[in-house]
Design a protein. Structure first.
Length: 355
């Protein structure tokens, strides 16, 4: 028998069948009972303005594979057991991260929510974002609404600072976004966003007369720098969020790339810090992730040095046609992933802006 879903009542989250006591966002000290340390991230990371007048931290923490490897994730069967979510989130909080990027697809929002609550950080000091997955988008507005409520319930956060369409499911994503506008009007969501949108997908929202999203979260790094797409969104005031800013084209292609390593040596930094700094200087929100505390600290130390114009230009020249085609292949596969039309091309845009 499945346990009763966790309930949220005035910010309280509990499982009545399990006999749990309600818990809520706390202003108490951290897990150890000691005051949370001051952080160079919290002190140095600027807030980035959004189109709707709100703002977002310039660096966030990715929650993908925190505590759980999603069942349909690539390589899930052979994946190593992840570190406990409670410890990972506690370390991220201690390292100074205050923005957390979650998603229905990650299958861990309940774990992340418990860890955030146990950290002792007040809700007002956290920026929590999530994304609705393709299966719910395909099912329609009611499913999107139900999933948003479940996400808020699982995270125990009363509202989401940012809610996004994870992939633009053909013929369905406009309806999903429209329902998110309604959720925003009810105070359940503060800012609206999209993820993995092309120029052509954004045009669908514009044609429907819907408000522009405040962000578009896409893969961005020097090896996949889609200048025309980014310029189009930024020209409309839409903030770009970079996932996989530390790259997805293999360790040799990124962390061991000759140009990246030469810039790391020049500035006395690691390869990941060079890539992260490039992202920050471009004005993108940077969302690194790691299970290791030392890597969390390393990834965050991108605000106390700068790349010069020559450095930036060298990095921007690393994008290849092959990588652009890899992006297109991923897009064509994922827009219908986990829907009844998976494996087909029904309604899928095949002519999209790659660059």
């Amino acid at each position: 028998m499945m346990a009763e879903p966790r309930k949220v009542v005035q910010g309280v989250k509990y499982n009545s069948l399990a006999g749990e006591e309600p818990w809520r966002w706390s202003v108490s000290p951290s897990l150890s009972g000691k005051a949370l340390p001051s952080s160079p991230i919290a002190a140095a990371a600027p807030m980035l303005p959004l189109l709707d007048g709100r703002s977002i931290p310039s660096i966030g923490f990715g929650c993908y594979k925190v505590g759980v490897v999603p069942g349909s994730a690539a390589g899930a069967a052979a994946a190593a057991k992840p570190a406990p979510a409670m410890q990972v989130i506690a370390d991220a909080i201690a390292a100074g991260y205050r923005c957390f990027d979650s998603a229905q697809f990650y299958e861990n929002e309940d774990l992340v929510g418990r860890a955030l609550s146990a950290s002792g950080m007040p809700r007002s000091e956290l920026y929590i974002m999530s994304k609705v997955w393709t299966n719910k988008i395909f099912e329609g507005a009611a499913a999107v609404r139900a999933q948003c409520l479940k996400t808020i319930q699982d995270l125990g956060c009363e509202y989401l600072d940012l809610y996004m369409v994870h992939w633009p499911v053909p013929g369905k994503h406009v309806e999903a976004y429209k329902e998110m506008v309604a959720l925003q009007s009810e105070g359940l969501v503060r800012s609206l966003g999209v993820s993995n949108y092309t120029v052509e997908d954004l045009a669908d929202l514009q044609a429907a007369g819907l408000p522009l999203p405040t962000v578009n979260q896409i893969e961005i790094n020097p090896f996949l720098y889609r200048k025309r797409t980014i310029a189009h969104f930024e020209g409309l005031g839409i903030r770009m969020q970079a996932y996989r800013a530390l790259c997805n084209f293999g360790k040799t292609a990124s962390m061991e790339n000759e140009i990246v390593l030469s810039l790391a040596a020049k500035h006395g930094r690691s390869a990941s810090q060079v890539l992260g700094r490039w992202c920050i200087q471009k004005g993108f929100q940077h969302i690194p992730k790691s299970e290791r505390r030392e890597r969390m600290d390393e990834n965050a130390r991108v605000f106390d040095f700068a790349l010069d114009s020559e450095d930036m230009n060298r990095l921007e020249g690393l994008t290849t046609e092959k990588n652009l085609e890899t992006f297109k292949s991923t897009y064509l596969k994922c827009v219908l992933r986990d829907t009844p039309l998976e494996g087909s091309m029904e309604g899928v845009k095949t002519e999209i802006t790659l660059e």
